[in-house]
Design a protein. Structure first.
Length: 292
C-alpha cells in the first residue's frame, strides 16, 4: 500500500476545506511544478487515493489564526471518515500562537482534542526578530512542558536563526520541515545550506522531515536528478533515527507518493533494516507519541 512494501508513516499531509475555513495563502496558489490549483478542498477521500500511507500526520494548513481550533475539529471529523477508506490519521500538528500571551489558554483548548500531537506556527518569511525573541522561546518551552512537538518551518536562509532558536529550547522536541527548504534551484548555495543544517543536526532534540523538495526544485529538471544529494546530506547529518518521511501533499503533488518513497528508499541504500524502519515509521511514532 505504501509503495515500498512495508509500513510508512506520512508525517506531512495537508488537508483543507475552502468552504468551511479561510486560507488566504491559497488564492491563486498551485501545486509545485504542476499548475494544479490548490484553492479547492483537499479532503481525506482524495488523500486516500493519492497518498496511501500506512499512517498519516496532518499538519496545519495555515487557515486564519482565529479558525485554528475549528481546523482541528474538522480534521478530527476527517479522521473518522478516513477509517472507512483505509486512512489511519494518527495525529494533527495544529497551529498555536506560540509567541502570544494567550498561548496557555489555546493549548488548554487543544488538549481537549486527542489527535493533537504537536504545534506549527509558520516561521518562514518572518522577521529575524521573531525567531530571536524571548516571547517565542518562552512559548516553545511551554510546548515542551506540555509534551508537544514544534514543527520548525523555515527557509534555507533562516536555518542559522532556526539553529540559534532550538538551541535555546533543549527540552522541546523540534521537527524541521522539508529539510529546511534547501536551494535546489540554486545549487551554488547548497554548501551554505549544509553548514546551517549541520548546526541544527547538532541539537539532539531536532528531527528532520524528508519532505517538500518538489516545491524547491528547479523547473524542467526531474526531481530524481536534484533531490538525492540533499536527502543523503540530511541522512548523514541527522542519522536515520532522527529522520522521518513526509509527502507534503498536495503542495508537492508533482512528485507522486510512490516516486517520493522511491527517492527516499534510494537514499537509504546501505542502511540496516532497523535504520530503514526508523525513517519510514519508527521515528515518527517516537516523536509524535501515538500508540497503535
Amino acid at each position: 500500500m505504501s509503495g515500498v512494501g512495508e509500513p510508512v508513516t506520512d508525517t506531512h499531509l495537508h488537508l483543507w476545506d475552502v468552504d468551511r475555513l479561510d486560507y488566504p495563502w491559497l488564492s491563486g496558489a498551485t501545486a509545485a511544478g504542476t499548475g494544479r490549483r490548490l484553492d479547492r478542498t483537499h479532503d481525506v477521500a482524495e488523500a486516500a487515493r493519492e497518498v496511501p500511507a500506512t499512517r498519516s500526520v496532518m499538519v496545519q494548513a495555515d487557515c486564519r489564526d482565529e479558525q485554528a481550533l475549528d481546523e482541528v475539529v474538522w480534521v478530527s471529523e476527517q479522521a473518522g471518515a478516513g477509517r472507512a477508506l483505509g486512512v489511519d490519521l494518527v495525529g494533527v500538528v495544529a497551529f498555536a500562537p506560540v509567541e502570544q500571551p494567550g498561548l496557555a489558554r489555546h493549548l488548554d483548548a487543544l488538549a481537549e482534542q486527542p489527535l493533537v500531537v504537536g504545534i506549527r506556527r509558520l516561521l518562514q518569511g518572518q522577521p529575524a526578530a521573531l525567531l530571536a525573541s524571548d516571547e517565542l522561546v518562552a512559548g516553545l518551552r511551554l510546548l515542551g512542558e506540555r509534551g508537544l512537538t514544534f514543527d520548525v518551518c523555515v527557509t534555507a536562509d533562516q536555518l542559522d536563526a532556526g539553529a540559534d532558536l532550538v538551541a535555546r529550547v533543549p527540552g522541546t522536541r523540534c521537527v524541521l520541515d522539508h529539510l529546511g527548504k534547501p536551494p535546489l534551484a540554486e545549487p551554488a548555495r547548497r554548501d551554505a545550506w549544509r553548514a546551517a543544517l549541520a548546526r541544527l543536526a547538532a541539537q539532539p532534540q531536532v528531527v528532520c522531515k524528508l519532505s517538500g523538495l518538489a516545491a524547491e526544485a528547479a523547473p524542467g529538471v526531474p526531481l530524481a536528478e536534484q533531490a538525492p544529494w540533499y536527502l543523503q546530506q540530511a541522512l548523514e547529518l541527522f542519522g536515520p533515527d532522527r529522520c522521518v518521511v513526509g509527502s507534503d501533499w498536495p503542495v508537492s503533488a508533482s512528485t507522486g507518493w510512490t516516486e517520493w518513497l522511491e527517492l527516499v528508499d534510494d537514499a537509504l541504500a546501505g542502511t540496516s533494516p532497523q535504520e530503514r524502519t526508523a525513517v519510514l515509521t519508527g521515528t515518527a511514532a517516537r516523536i509524535y507519541r501515538w500508540e497503535r
